[in-house]
Design a protein around this ligand. Structure first.
Ligand code: SAM
Length: 232
């Protein structure tokens, strides 16, 4: 067995996540494709097998239990496909959508998804632009990791969610950002349900799980410059 699969299998077992051989192999196919592409241009600094298994693949799937069956899941700022790709590999029942402003990264996700034999709809667009069109308030779940501070991220993500939809924000230390996000939560009808800690305690990673309690005003999201200049 490869070092990558061995590590991911152990992490999943310890974290109580059921990942069969087929799932582990597809994750490895995506990982190999990422390493190969990383030789051509920089996708990620995390390429060693054990580190990638933990920080990219296991980290992505930790909150999978919060995603209802057959959900439409949108990932805002997917980068090299995290967390949406590992989530889709594990959860074949979901429909996966990656939103990423870099064309190169989008091209990689398409290629990697082919290697892992999964369907992911890849959209080379900015999240705030997507939310002004038809996809507004159409997704069941929005996930996002390492894209922006929480109150900024909320304005990018909440408009994409259906009423009652869930927002999963992957964060490191989150207390300060959560305090600062009180105004955004109110304006965007987001309520915090729980915080999931990364099992094992090796990484101080957490997933903040919110749900949307009502439709939000059409004026959100504002233009990105405005969101950053005057966060809610
Ligand atoms: C630091 S990377 C994180 C990538 C990935 N989520 C991860 O955790 O590995 C942030 C990514 O978000 C993308 N991004 C930032 N703002 C965005 C926006 N408003 N809409 C779409 N993509 C955005 C950037 O192009 C970049 O690839």
């Amino acid at each position: 067995m490869s070092e990558f699969i061995d590590e991911l299998k152990t992490l999943c077992r310890q974290g109580g996540i059921e990942a069969g051989q087929d799932v582990l192999e597809r994750m490895e196919e995506y990982y190999e494709c990422m390493k190969e592409t990383n030789r051509l241009y920089n996708l990620t600094a995390i390429t060693e097998p054990k580190e990638a298994a933990l920080k990219h693949f296991f980290d992505s799937i930790v909150p999978e239990g919060e995603i209802p069956g057959k959900s439409r899941v949108v990932d805002v700022g997917s980068g090299a496909g995290f967390p949406v790709v590992p989530l889709k590999i594990l959860r074949g029942d979901i429909s996966a959508f990656a939103v990423e402003s870099s064309k190169k990264k989008c091209d990689f996700i398409v290629q990697g998804a082919q290697a892992a034999r999964i369907d992911v709809t890849v959209m080379n667009v900015r999240a705030e632009e997507l939310a002004t069109g038809k996809p507004r308030e159409s997704y069941d779940v929005c996930v996002s990791r390492a894209v922006a501070q929480l109150r900024v991220l909320m304005e990018l993500c909440a408009p994409l969610l259906k009423d009652g939809g869930r927002f999963l924000a992957y964060k490191g230390d989150y207390e300060k950002e959560l305090n600062e996000a009180a105004g955004a939560m109110k304006a965007l009808n987001l309520k915090l349900d729980k915080v999931i800690d990364m099992p094992g305690g090796e990484l101080a990673h957490h997933v903040l799980v919110f749900h949307k309690t009502g439709m939000i005003a059409q004026k959100y999201p504002r233009r990105y410059a405005q969101i950053v200049k005057s966060p809610l």
